[in-house]
Design a protein around this ligand. Sequence first.
Ligand code: ADP
Ligand code: MG
Length: 262
Amino acid sequence: MIHLHHIHKSFGRLEVLRGVDLAFDRPGITAVLGPNGSGKSTLLKSILGMVLPDQGEIHFNGKPIDNLGQYRKDISYLPQIARFPENLRVRELIRMIESFRSQPSQSAELIHQFGLESVLDSQLGHLSGGTRQKVNLVLTLMYDTPVIILDEPTAGLDPVAMVKLKELIIQAREDGKILLITTHIMSLVEELADRVVFLLEGRIYFDGKPDELKQRVDEPNLEKAIANLLSGGHLTPIQPLDASSKPIKKMNGNVVQPQLKY
Ligand code: ADP
Ligand code: MG
C-alpha cells in the first residue's frame, strides 16, 4: 500500500533521511520510534507529500505519489504541530474542515467520546494544550480512511483521553487499517504496536516486532531495550536488499557488516 524506496532528504546541510526503505502493506499498528530530531516527522510528512524527498520514490497503492494529492483522501493525518487561527471556535473549525469533503463525518461521535461538548463554542486560543489535542484528534479521526498517521497523538492528553485514544486505535486496527504512530510513551508502544521501526540519524536501525527488538538486545522491557540499542553494541542500520554490501560505520566508530532486511 505505502512503499518508500531509498528516500533521502536534507534541509540545507542537515541530512535528515539517508536512504530509507519501508513498506506498509498489511493492516496493523507500526510505531515509528527514534530520538528527537531523528527524522520521524519528516518521514511521515514525506508520505503525505508535505516534504519532497531529494532522492527516492514513494508509492501509494502502486502509484508514485503526485502533487495533486488525490491519494491523500485515503490518509487521516494528525500533524505534530497543528496550527489554526486562535480566534476560531471549535465548532467553526470542525465545520470548516467538514465543508472540504462530502464524505460522512464521525465528528459528533468523537466530540462525545472526548467530552468536548462544553468547549464547542470556545475559541481555540482559549483551550488548554490537551483540549486542543483532543480537537485535533477529532479532526483527524472523523473520516473513515484506510491509512491513519498520527504524529505524537498523546501529547498533552489526560489519562481519560489516552484510554479513549487507545480504544480508537485498536478499533482502527480491527477495521483493517494501516496505522503509523510516533510517540514517546513506551507503554503505548508496548501495548499497541505490531511493528516497531527505529530511526536514528536518518537510517532505519530496526524494523520488526517489539518482541524481536527485546530479544535482539536481550532485554524484556521495551523502553530499556531501546535505551540499550542507543547505548551501542547493537547498532547496525538495516540495509535495503539491493544496496551495496559495503561495511557501514557504527556509532562508536567500529566497522560492521550491514544486515539484510527481514
Ligand atoms: P523528529 O520528528 O524525529 O523529532 P524531525 O523530522 O521533525 O524529527 O526533524 C529532523 C531534523 O530536521 C531536525 O533537526 C529538524 O530541526 C530538521 N528539520 C525538520 N523540518 C525542517 C525544515 N522544514 N527546515 C529545516 N530543518 C528542518
Ligand atoms: Mg517529530
